[in-house]
Design a binder for this molecule. Structure first.
Ligand code: G3P
Length: 496
């Protein structure tokens, strides 16, 4: 069932239209892509299956619209973003309801995602106005052999067309975290939403449409990645790709040309727990970090390295809290909701069965109904088990008992991923040394990994990504430096 009211103009029959050239359009393909509700496992929505020709048109319009957008005063660009942020927040209910149906996000988290997104857009507008209004003046006589005859003026200018590809787990928030920096910096934007989450994205784009951005500046192209994915990411008109998702990002990076890339890929975020840690705090963070949105976050706690002496006590405390997690549909705000697809549930189950075969201790009974997987803590996990290395993106958290801090750091750094990690201890000196030793983009001390607040730098090492995100870094990344050098006559020049 599609939403109505203010969003009714984005529907054609029962298929959501795509957005290009300032208009909502029906694809000439005559085909649609079905979005399956993870809870009911039945088709929920349909979106247009756009063609390569429609991609070409959107790119052409984006390229054209960007030229005058780059000349639009910065304060005006900021003003429009503030307007879009306000409209987005006004529509938190219809958009949140879509998130519940498309990706089974618990209702309260779905509404929070939309509000957080509005705040992100506003912050971006303010930050952009501040940092892009600032240039630099260099004088030549600081470099040996030069006199003071050259003044170099540098400023940040836009890249051109930014292609944004967000993931299903935060389709709105991780879309605006690309859209807003791109727009404030004077770029145009082509958005390719994930299939699960596409309707939430279309609704979000509608808010930008209502705010009155120029025609062609923003497009939202829906369709199967297998049909238009490569075409989009290798398109000659694309000047920057900002992607969040899985290993597909590595393939995109290999094929992309000489353009800046911003990639947030997977993670195997480790949690190292020292003997002096506050175990109640750790247990609460494992629940929040490992099980919120059923573990479907890049920054979820994905492996626990606990010192042997405190492991039993910790596992007991976590188990007591797991028992209180509610399991069921997202509409009822359950803590654990169905994972995004049957394929994903099967993959998670494969990891669980592998751990079972290799002797892991199940702290709870393993239970699955459709895409719903009950939360599970696996104790006495060993490095040879798949769950020790692979990313489940589900409500399953493995515990590996360690004899030394060095062992925990060694396991953490053996991962191909390096997104975030965390360490729990009351000894700040040890925490800092461990943070230095962990090969991850961020280390949280005494808290679970998390991306927010959204202006903090956010980056992954190794297979976890390229570039740094966070509002300020994203704005900077979506610009290039332009210099103009004023060459003065020689010092003997007479001013008359
Ligand atoms: O999985 C997406 C990643 O960016 C997580 O964000 O806010 O849940 O830490 P967050």
């Amino acid at each position: 069932m599609a939403s109505t009211g203010v969003f009714s103009d984005i529907l054609y029959g029962d298929v959501f239209k795509y957005y290009a050239d300032g208009e909502w359009k029906k694809s000439s393909s005559g085909q649609s892509v079905a979005i399956i509700n993870p809870t009911t496992r039945k088709p929920q929505y349909k979106v247009q299956a756009c063609t390569k020709e429609e991609v070409n048109k959107a790119m052409e319009r984006a390229k054209f619209a960007q030229k005058s957008w780059a000349r639009t005063p910065l304060w005006k660009r900021g003003e429009l973003l503030h307007k879009a942020a306000a409209i987005l927040k006004e529509h938190k209910s219809p958009i949140g309801e879509c998130l519940v149906k498309e990706i089974a996000k618990p209702a309260k988290d779905a509404f929070t995602e939309v509000v957080r997104s509005g705040d992100l857009v506003s912050y971006c507008a303010e930050e952009g106005v501040r940092i892009l209004g600032d240039g630099k003046l260099l004088v030549s006589d600081s470099f040996p052999g030069n006199d003071r005859s050259k003044y170099c003026l540098t400023s940040k200018i836009p890249l051109g067309v930014v292609l944004a590809i967000p993931p299903y787990n935060y389709p709105v928030n991780l879309a605006v975290s690309k859209i807003a920096p791109a727009l404030i910096a004077g770029n145009s934007l082509v958005l390719k939403p994930p299939t699960q989450g596409a309707v939430s994205c279309l609704h979000m784009v509608h808010c930008f449409h209502l705010a009155g951005f120029p025609k062609g500046l923003i497009s939202c192209i829906t369709g199967k990645g297998s049909q238009i994915g490569d075409f989009l990411t290798t398109h000659p008109d694309v000047d920057c790709i900002s992607f969040t998702g899985g290993d597909t990002g590595i393939a995109i990076a290999k094929k992309a040309g000489m353009i800046p890339l911003q990639m947030e890929l997977g993670g195997k975020d480790a949690c190292i727990i020292l003997e002096d840690a506050d175990l109640n705090l750790v247990a609460e963070n494992i629940i929040k970090g490992g099980f919120s949105y059923s573990g479907q976050r890049c920054t979820a706690v994905k492996v626990i390295f606990a010192m042997e002496s405190i492991a039993d006590a910790l596992v007991e405390k976590v188990n007591a809290r797991v028992a209180k997690l509610t399991v069921g549909p997202p509409e009822k705000n359950c803590d654990i909701t169905p994972v995004v697809s049957e394929a994903s549930a099967n993959f998670i189950e494969g990891l669980i069965m592998d751990a079972k075969d290799k002797g892991a201790k199940f702290c709870q009974e393993h239970k699955r109904e459709g895409n719903l997987i009950w939360p599970l803590l696996l104790d006495h996990v060993t490095p040879d088990m798949r769950i020790a290395r692979e990313e489940p993106f589900g409500p399953v958290v493995p515990v590996i008992r360690i004899k030394s801090i060095e062992e925990g750091i060694h396991h953490c750094n053996s991962s191909k991923y390096g997104l975030q990690g965390c360490v729990f201890t009351k000894d700040i000196n040890k925490a800092m040394l461990i943070s230095d030793a962990m090969e991850t983009g961020t280390v949280q001390i005494n808290s679970a990994p998390a991306r927010g607040p959204d202006h903090f730098p956010f980056q992954g090492f190794k297979d976890s990504g390229i570039g740094s995100q966070g509002i300020t870094n994203s704005i900077n990344m979506m610009t290039k430096t332009k210099s103009t050098v004023i060459n003065l006559p020689s010092p003997s020049y007479s001013m008359g």
